[in-house]
Design a binder for this molecule. Sequence first.
Ligand SMILES: [Zn+2]
Length: 307
Amino acid sequence: MDKKNTPAVAAANRRKRVARLKKILIAVAVIFLVIPTIVCIFLAIKVDSLQKQVDYLYEAKFGNGVFSADNSLSRYEVSGSEGTLRDTDARSSGSNGKRKVYLTFDDGPSENTEAILEVLAKYNVKATFFVVGKEDEGLKPLYKKIVDSGNSIGLHSYSHKYSVLYKSLEDFEADFHKIQDYVKSITGVKTVLYRFPGGSSNQVSDVDMKDLIRFLKEEGVVYFDWNDATGDASTTKYTVTQLVNNAISGLNKEGDTILLMHDANTKGTTVEALPLIIEKLKAMDVEIVPIDMSTQPIQHISADSVE
Ligand SMILES: [Zn+2]
């Protein structure tokens, strides 16, 4: 009998073939399943981190001196001449005829909120804080401190993530109710003042901004953009002196000014610039006041243009 064809040898060969086949199958599984899965996870993490950077850069580019550097108020209409609010008389240039300046701080509360409140108290002026949803126990009391100190509180979205917030009208509505309820639960105030992250003229929303404006109008909410900014949205771009100069040179010479600043951990220069800005304003013929429902809003996209 041929040695090669004994049943034992045949069985051994079969086992070898099966083993080889198993190895090939495992290799195929690794190549077509495991590796793509790992690559997908890696890419998902990468996309998330890039999205955050896009959000940050967008805020840095459009949430700052773009509107102050050339004082380009003319690019945007100041709405409200026909009045989306009641009390039209109270909105025109104040009882004493002075131009009004509204100091506004976005993105708080933060580690700098207390310092900002101290400066405001020292100069006996009130500002407006457009807050986001911060859940740190250390920051929570600051919502109430803003209200208790007589400053105005407005909403600036819960998540402040453009990719989430502006994904659909439903996402925006959910986020709006979340921040409105959150602030009310802490402060007892149901505020109807709002500022869109990136402004009403932002170019990142997947939803037509007019749909979001219509929703806010139905909710009885008034949104406020800005016509002046210190430029502090970009962290390191400006020195304290430049922040002050940006704010002052960008003041609306014809009427009221809503000045955009930021209340964030990285914006220490804003805290330093604030006393200088207030001192310069106090030396001018303007009145520093907080935003309320009688304030004539400055809107890059006018609410009146949305039916
Ligand atoms: Zn913001």
